[in-house]
Design a protein around this ligand. Sequence first.
Ligand SMILES: C[S@@+](CC[C@H](N)C(=O)[O-])C[C@H]1O[C@@H](n2cnc3c(N)ncnc32)[C@H](O)[C@@H]1O
Length: 208
Amino acid sequence: MIVEPRIESYIASLGAQPDPVLAAMEALAERRHFPIVGRQTGSLLSLFAKAVGARRVLELGSGYGYSALWFARALPEDGMVICTDHSSDNRDLALGYFRTAGLEKRVEFHVGNALAIARDQKPGFDVIFNDIDKEDYAASVPLAVSLLRSGGLFITDNTLWKGKVVEADTSDALVESVRAFNKLVFSRPDLETVLLPVRDGITVCRKK
Ligand SMILES: C[S@@+](CC[C@H](N)C(=O)[O-])C[C@H]1O[C@@H](n2cnc3c(N)ncnc32)[C@H](O)[C@@H]1O
């Protein structure tokens, strides 16, 4: 994406482990041109979840569960990833992969609008991962803050949007949405925020 391909390949070669479930999900992404986070970001999400001792994770935009599987593996036995997606086909695929991985008890999958589903959740999440349509990024911020525990992480993908955030042409509405999101989270005094130039950009906010 925005990092030099040779550097991406080098990083990938360091962490490459055979993993049949992830490999099957990655092959499906390849066939369908479906945007999963990939291993580099997946392992980062897992590390963040472990670092904050996460038990409850909420995902906004789960697709067929690839990023959710990384979270589920990072949680303790009684942990839970709550997934959301518009598509019931994605839910069915995700539940199948979770069953194959032996982690079906660690996932709950809701079909519908991620923000509407999130509004019905009990607060106190340790991590919220945001990967929905970029137009809704700004609206996700106050909601995520209200649902996180103090010290919890709000992690958002694609926040450098293929590097387009630095291009002069501002006519692209998606670029504007991503810029507005970054500006918003960096301006909030109740969040401590960093933007990591990993893959397509990941913004990580810690709720104070
Ligand atoms: C980038 S993909 C998610 C990939 C997933 N996080 C992964 O890495 O495995 C985004 C998914 O979110 C869904 N989506 C986008 N906006 C949504 C919304 N507002 N509510 C529910 N689902 C949404 C899309 O249908 C798509 O399946």
